[in-house]
Design a protein around this ligand. Structure first.
Ligand code: ARG
Length: 429
């Protein structure tokens, strides 16, 4: 007998089976613990609904726990002979429990089974991502606190603009990462609804205790309409990947800045040697490969997002196309987590060349201050602007710290509001 749950006798084409199962046996390995947990909740729910006896529930739960134990020990390993993880679990239950095992799928479809396992996996992944982002933001906020008054040039268009500070630069990432945490929290709200009990998408003629099952699995709510639940697959993943992309896009900006700041000609920043790689031919080289891959990482997440977005162009209800949302979802979230995890140690390893940064704040960087000062003295701003524009060549360097200190509006370099950013960072979402 084949392990296929849908085997009704008759041959199935081997190549078709491989083509449809694809890499599910590898991807589902990562869903297994969640699938088992959801299956336990489903079985208990069937018990409460009077569909399984207390003895049957006890047998199934204890065997599911045993499989989970084997899975944790690396002894429940899917192979390319398994169509998917859901099948492997049921086959293992039947092998051990016979007819009782054959009852586990009562009132359930693999459609809601994969959905719930995916949601549980994603919820964990988003929590891990959020923690990594928070750690990165804390490191950048610490840097902002330490270097709040360390001058550096501020650029627009990569051209010198006005005096700025390391603190201002670092705080911009801390605040940006707070925004990303809000994106993650938004995606988590969508992930946190339980689709189990929608079966193939149309409910089932049993009094399933959906609320109880959702509560046991720690979901905040039940996904009500089965068709909405099934067609949310991919849409929810796109939001999770979008949040991951938000993180990656900030990491890319950080990486770009570090690429520029570490460039030999600028030399504002040095990476710790432990964060550099070498050249196979140029003996002197210490290269910032890590920063460049951090920049490229965003493309991986963006590609995963685009893949999922294009897959959900479907009519209502379940379609096997949705299976292909699994790989990019995992790939994109894995990628964003790996990148976010690097940020704290990378940032902590930076050394700044204060002299070079101060020296780069040339006289023209004070032109805006000068024009505003004239305006305060009563010269209409446009006149002041023209006057200063005519004197650029003869402008003198000002005091960068005084320039910073004079900008006192909230959030400006002289009033960074780091405690407010810190409070936002630590706020319970
Ligand atoms: N591997 C499948 C997926 O990810 C499981 C669900 C299969 N359902 C079905 N009706 N063929 O979508």
């Amino acid at each position: 007998m084949s392990g296929r749950l849908w085997d009704k006798g008759g041959a199935a084409d081997a190549e078709m089976l491989r083509y449809t199962a694809r890499d599910d046996w590898q991807l589902d390995q990562r869903l297994l613990a969640h699938d088992l947990r959801a299956t336990v909740a489903h079985v208990r729910g069937l018990g409460r609904a009077g569909i399984l006896t207390a003895d049957e529930v006890a047998l199934l739960v204890s065997e599911l726990d045993a499989i989970a134990e084997r899975e944790r020990a690396g002894a429940f390993v899917l192979t390319d002979a398994d169509e998917d993880g859901h099948t492997a679990i049921e086959v293992a239950l039947v092998a051990k429990l016979g007819d009782v095992g054959k009852k586990v799928h009562t009132g359930r479809s693999r459609n809601d089974q994969v959905l719930v396992a995916t949601r549980l996996w994603e919820r964990d992944a988003l929590d891990v991502l959020a923690e990594a982002v928070r750690a990165g933001a804390r490191t950048l906020l610490d840097l902002a606190r330490r270097e709040a008054w360390t001058p550096m040039p501020g650029y627009t268009h990569l051209q010198r603009a006005v005096p700025s500070s390391i603190g201002f630069w670092a705080a911009s990432f801390a605040e940006g990462l707070c925004d990303a945490l809000d994106s993650i929290a938004g995606a988590r709200v969508l992930v946190d609804r339980c689709p189990l009990g929608t079966a193939a998408g149309y409910g089932v003629n049993l009094p399933l205790d959906r609320e109880g099952v959702a509560a046991e699995l720690g979901f905040a709510a039940v996904a009500l309409n089965g068709m909405a639940a099934q067609t949310s697959r991919g849409l929810v993943e796109a939001q999770a990947l979008s949040a991951a992309w938000h993180v990656s896009a900030l990491a890319r900006r950080l990486a770009w800045d570090l690429s520029i700041f570490t460039m030999t000609e600028l030399g504002f920043v040095k990476l710790d040697p432990a964060f550099t790689t070498g050249s196979s031919i140029m003996p002197q080289k210490r290269n910032p490969d890590v920063v460049e891959l951090m920049r490229a990482s965003c493309s991986v997440v963006q590609g995963a997002l685009a893949e999922v977005q294009s897959l959900v162009a479907l009519p209502s209800a379940y379609h096997r196309d949705l299976q292909l949302t699994k790989a990019p979802t995992m790939r994109g979230l894995d990628e964003a987590i790996a990148t976010a995890r690097l940020i704290p140690r990378l940032v902590a390893s930076l050394t700044f060349d204060r002299e070079r940064m101060a020296a780069a704040i040339s006289a023209e960087c004070y032109a805006t201050d000068k024009a505003v000062d004239l305006a305060v003295a009563g010269v209409p701003f446009r006149e002041a602007y023209k006057q200063v524009a005519g004197e650029i060549a003869s402008l003198e360097r000002g005091d960068p710290r005084a320039s910073l200190a004079a900008r006192t509006s909230v959030g400006a370099p002289g009033n960074l509001q780091l405690d407010a950013i810190g409070a936002r960072l630590e706020a319970k979402r």
